[in-house]
Design a protein around this ligand. Sequence first.
Ligand SMILES: [Zn+2]
Length: 331
Amino acid sequence: MKPQDSISLVKSERRDPCALCDQANYEILFRQDRNYHPLTTVICTHCGLVSHESIPKDHELAEYYSKEYRQEYHGEFHPSGRRVLREWQRGAELATRLSTYTRGCRNLFEIGAGIGCNVKQFELAGLDASGIEPGCGFQQYAKRHLKADIANNFFQDLRTGGPYDIVLMVHVLEHLNAPVQAFETIRKILIPGGLAYIEVPNLEAPHSRPGRLFHFAHIYNFTGSTLAMLARKCGFRVKHAFSRSSDKNLMILLERTDREMLTLDQSSYQCTRQAIDRYNNLTYHLRWQYIKERCRTLYRQHSTRLATRYRLNRILQRCQEPQQTVFHKVA
Ligand SMILES: [Zn+2]
């Protein structure tokens, strides 16, 4: 049984070349977004890359992200205490996850830094850490409350900077209208052999119920295969994959290398179609994994609510204290 809103084998009218393989043959996957608003999502029949049928222009995105996005997507212009605690925890986990690789690094830059928790965690770990965030409310919070070095800037305006040892893009790449140019910019601001940590939602994993997979903000939807191919096309190699194909998010560490000829993964299109058509609403919700995760989330939300104020005050107090940058010795 196919998902409710999936439309099989309907050819798209789109004519511009695919960002990954440069071909122009697309099929329509869905005609609605997760809130049942009109949004046509297509798949490239050549490489399996999934994206909007109509890619938004720069000025449309600039307007959307400076004003609407945080409110529409997260339901808040300024971050709630619960969000800060959650992001703070994720930042700590990320700093631990990358600790083996950041040991020889002096500086780090985050694109789309949000509230600034990742940047602050790496600063507390001894790196010279900074970043940019286009949303005014979140960027102001990062500066005022976390004392994190986050500028209010758009990725598209980032022409120079660095060079940096490591660049982070956590849940950002899927929001950009030109992912190849994004990788080009990262290459420019990285040192040779520098590292890029990329995290995006995993389209192959059952992370959202059928018919609610897509959102205007997510212009490109990646699988492990399409993300790795795109990175290779842009002169990066996968140094380490922290995620499995069943994980909700793809988490990969890339290394800047010489450019190579792109070899397409021939199974990519078929695998993506199978992943999207795998569940209907009923079979998605009846999965043991789904039930287990819902219970865990409800428990976590309840316990977080009780401790939020106390923990948040402690974190903000710590961020107000002057920080000392400690450079690690290069191994
Ligand atoms: Zn393609």
